[in-house]
Design a protein around this ligand. Sequence first.
Ligand code: NDP
Length: 308
Amino acid sequence: MKRIALLSRSIDMDFLRPVLEEMEPDLNIATWPDPRSLHAEVAVCWDPPRGIYAQMPNLELVHSIAAGVDNVVDGQQLGDLKVCRVSDPMQAEGMLQYVLWGVLYFHRGLDAVVAGQGQRAWQRPPLVPAAECRVGVMGLGELGSHVASGLARFGYSVNGWARSPRAIEGVKVFAGSEDYPSFLAQTDLLVCLLPLTEATRGILDRNTFNALPPESALIHCGRGEHLVEDDLSDALSGGQLRGAIVDVFKEEPLPVTHRLWNAPHLLVTPHMATMASVKTIAQQVLRNLGQHRRRAPLFNEVDISRGY
Ligand code: NDP
């Protein structure tokens, strides 16, 4: 019987235990800091203690409970460990819903309406055709490509940016760092759905904001470390950006004293854009556990050399 460790420093991973045990009753599960977790062959993780894999002599497989693996690999010695993530069509649909809400918020002028309510101002925003609103999606992976094509179906003028070129119906695709300036110059609403890697850390900075057309806005639902928070504050208070919706932060929950709570024209949401269901996470972990036992190819294995 394989032993499974549930590892996290920041959330209670025991939420997974009853679902895993119901699906496969004879599992041997230990939750960190139970010392038995250090003997596991499989680690199921969200933000595990730094350096913990090096203390687990039997560890062979690391499974993130999310789409991103940055907090699962940061500060760890990976060696030959295999790393998998969760992939879920409902998760992509949830992200599309969140981004569509953010796009409508700015496109239909609801930011101005909400701001005007404090002054009891009856101001009707102009109705601009969706085709005149240019949405730029950074990252065209599992979530970004679904968001980009979904927005295109709603009639938005959608640009996408990724490392490599590809064809997505209704989406104008830009690729690589050489295309980045022209992608930004044609973007009114910038949506970040990049993975967190060394190349993308801090990418949402003053250079990026300054390269957008005037009156642009940001919808950020990638990872907190993509964003240079002080640069965003400055861009909002200086008027370089019309507004921003930010779902992910370097420190979560966002501390009550953090300046971004009070930044002008900023909506803070609590890392809620989307998530996989507990059932899907458990199913995918157990499916990969089975593949691993049979030495068969794993599903949704991450290319560690690329970082996503
Ligand atoms: P994927 O790994 O599937 O896709 C990543 C995309 O980013 C790919 O298109 C890739 O390009 C592109 N990319 C990577 N590096 C670069 C770079 N240096 N320059 C340009 N493009 C780059 O990611 P997902 O779609 O699964 O996830 C996207 C983000 O959403 C992640 O940060 C994840 O953590 C976050 N997320 C947030 C949630 C929330 O609730 N806020 C919930 C779930 C996920 P290429 O295709 O050419 O390789």
